[in-house]
Design a protein around this ligand. Structure first.
Ligand code: IMP
Ligand code: MG
Length: 178
């Protein structure tokens, strides 16, 4: 069985990062036509906090995607399990994601959404694990950079569990596999 070993990021530290991101995004999107797209399910907790710190009009939408790729290939494909309801052509799209790990999911998703001719596409991620990158990608807005540990809480899961933990915790898996 897996077990929680320590708190990596407290709810207070997260709240501070969300505050900072909200202020920056509020500035940057003052005169834009903002469509926020939350990526289910992991970004749900972050999204709920973040949008209440963004003080400009927005349309809220959701997508659910899963990425699959073979380990040796640097680019993959993203399978859309739930698509947005809105036409994003000419809109300023802000994708809200839980964590950027290999970068594959986001790189594919940006390519997919870019083909729909939005005016702009940017990404805000609650957490970033740059040491795990498989593709050359970095998000436009990052909450907190994290080391190479498997983390859960604040929306992040292991096998569907732990999303409701208010702090981000390190999860140790049996046999040391990540
Ligand atoms: P990637 O950037 O394409 O490798 O995938 C990012 C996705 O992997 C995230 O949206 C998460 O669902 C998942 N993920 C990556 N690292 C972690 C972690 O430490 N804990 C929980 N989920 C993670
Ligand atoms: Mg996930």
């Amino acid at each position: 069985m897996e077990k929680i070993t320590e708190v990596m990021i407290t709810r207070e530290e997260i709240a501070e990062a969300v505050d900072r991101l909200g202020k920056q995004i509020t500035k940057d999107y003052a005169d834009k036509d903002l469509v926020v797209i939350g990526i289910l399910k992991g970004a749900s907790v972050f999204l709920a906090d973040l949008i209440r710190k963004i003080e400009v009009p927005m349309i809220l939408d959701f997508m659910q995607v899963s990425s699959y790729y073979n380990g040796t290939k640097s680019t993959g494909n993203v399978q859309i399990r739930k698509d947005v309801d809105n036409d994003i052509r000419g809109k300023d799209v802000l994708i809200v994601e839980d964590i950027i790990d290999s970068g594959v999911t986001m790189q594919c998703l940006i390519r997919e959404l870019g083909a729909r001719e939005p005016k702009s596409v940017k990404v805000v991620a609650a957490f970033d694990k740059p040491s795990r990158r498989k593709v050359d990608y970095s998000a436009d807005y990052i909450g907190i950079e994290v080391p190479d540990e498997f983390i859960v809480g604040y929306g992040l899961d292991y096998a569907g569990k732990y999303r409701n933990l208010p702090d981000v915790c390190v999860l140790e898996l049996d046999g040391g596999d990540k």
